[in-house]
Design a protein around this ligand. Structure first.
Ligand code: PLP
Length: 443
């Protein structure tokens, strides 16, 4: 018998950015696969319209934005959403219910095999009093890709989006009061709950969404100057210590590698990074700058994407550069995509007295950064992600070298400031934009 034809998707040659529904289906969603007779099994899809509602009888007080409780990131709002999945039935009706513990067996797959994926996004209370989510559909799409990578079940991302909005609508009014611009943090999560130790694809899963109080990390870079930083001002005129301080990773600490899962937001990417992160913190740095390979390609900063603005040697033009997606070793950040798009649209011509900037996604190394720094071509660096938002980088320690990066305006670089302001305007409703999705709240 001739071997069955294999599609490009099945042979694993697609990139995460081009993954289609069928790719995802073939990549690992068992309940969507044809049965032996070629028919799709009749399993229930995730359906937000079936959501049941049970409101809390013990509403809790809302902590202040700047309180120790908020900083501890332990306080969740009054409610959460859960939805169970089984391989035989598909998705059960989602539930909006009081926030609280749920039980899983000690044999649950997630506790042994890291069968977990998650998302992170913010719910904003805008200056105009509206609640907004930022490009939430992208988080839902990314969660679907992450689930496929870790053999968790498929779902329609639009249904997840509706569930996220339902939780925001329910708890937003109380937990983000109208007269107080700020944000809460959403954590959609999926775990495999099979109570069986066998190493196999999950047969049971739980999707849940929680909404938490979260500190403004873009303001909280209050670590003292790292002892490792000698303070030698080599080539930078306006250095200030308020930016992110990054410790470059070492050869024995690699976040992600080709063929791995660095592109997916799976818990298995984060636990193993905590030793390096703890060491960086103990030495007075804020985050690890993740390098890859003997060439020391620069990939990400902590749980953020990393951007550099420099003047190129060849053309003398300004360039905004960040690591590319093709090798699948970085997360395709939604902030990253937004920075790239806004910069392409708005920095191709000079703004606010600045020069125009070319925007590129390509590999670059620590040597490229060091050369640009020494040759005074390095303009600024920043990290971009939901948690730290757009954070200027003030220091990089790389294998015995301390780089004190320029912060032209003292606290920030000019392009970092401009890009951050554009995003703030969209997130908090100062600028009407299709990325700022208004949530109708229940009052
Ligand atoms: N890189 C990693 C490893 C992350 O965990 C995150 C945060 O989710 C990001 C980058 C930034 O992604 P986003 O902008 O979607 O928050």
């Amino acid at each position: 018998m001739a071997p069955a034809a294999i599609s490009p998707e099945e042979s694993g040659t697609t990139t995460p950015t081009t993954a289609s529904a069928s790719t995802l289906t073939q990549a690992g969603i068992k309940h969507m696969s044809p049965t032996s007779n070629g028919n799709l099994p009749d399993l229930a899809p995730l359906d937000a319209s079936l959501m049941t509602i049970e409101l809390t009888k013990s509403p809790r007080p809302v902590p202040d934005h700047d309180s120790a409780e908020t900083k501890a990131q332990k306080t969740c709002t009054d409610h959460m959403i859960i939805a169970r999945w089984t391989v035989d039935q598909g998705w059960e009706a989602p539930e909006l219910k009081p926030y609280g513990p749920f039980s899983i067996m000690p044999t649950a797959s997630v506790l042994h095999y890291a069968t977990e994926c998650f998302e992170g996004l913010k719910l904003y209370r805008g200056y105009d009093g509206n609640l907004r989510l930022f490009r939430v559909s992208r988080n839902c799409e990314r969660m679907r890709k992450s689930a496929a990578r870790i053999a968790l079940p498929d779902f329609d991302p639009k249904e997840l989006e509706k569930l996220i909005k339902a939780l925001c609508a329910r708890d937003g009014a109380k937990w983000l009061p109208k007269d107080c611009p700020g944000f809460l943090y959403l954590r959609p999560t999926m775990i495999a709950t099979d109570a069986a130790l066998g190493v196999q694809r999950p047969k049971e899963a739980l999707l849940y969404v929680i909404l938490t109080c979260f500190p403004d990390m873009s303001k909280s870079l209050a670590t003292p100057a790292p002892p490792a930083l000698t303070g030698q001002a080599n080539g930078t005129s306006k250095h200030h210590s308020s930016g992110l301080k990054l410790l470059a990773s070492t050869e024995d600490s690699i976040r992600a590698w080709p063929g791995g899962f660095g592109y997916a937001k799976v818990g298995a990417n984060y636990g193993p990074s905590l030793v390096a992160q703890g060491e960086a913190r103990a030495r007075g740095f804020d985050q690890v700058l993740w390098l890859f390979g003997p060439e020391c390609y620069v990939t990400e900063a902590g749980a953020s994407n990393f951007f550099v603005v420099w003047r190129t040697k060849d053309t003398g033009r300004l360039e905004l550069v960040t690591a590319p997606l093709e090798e699948r070793i970085i997360l395709e950040g939604i902030t990253r995509a937004s920075v790239l798009q806004l910069a392409k649209e708005r920095l191709s011509k000079a703004v606010d007295g600045t020069e125009s900037v070319d925007v590129v996604e390509r590999r670059f190394t620590m040597d490229d950064i060091v050369s640009a720094y020494k040759e005074r071509r390095l303009i600024e660096c920043f990290a971009a992600g939901t948690a730290f938002f757009i954070a200027p980088v003030s220091d990089i320690h790389f294998r015995g070298k301390d780089l004190q990066l320029p912060l032209e305006e003292g606290e920030t670089g000019i392009y970092t400031r401009i890009i951050k302001q554009w995003l703030v305007n969209i997130m908090y409703g100062n600028e009407g934009h299709e990325w700022g999705i208004v949530v109708d709240e229940e009052v």
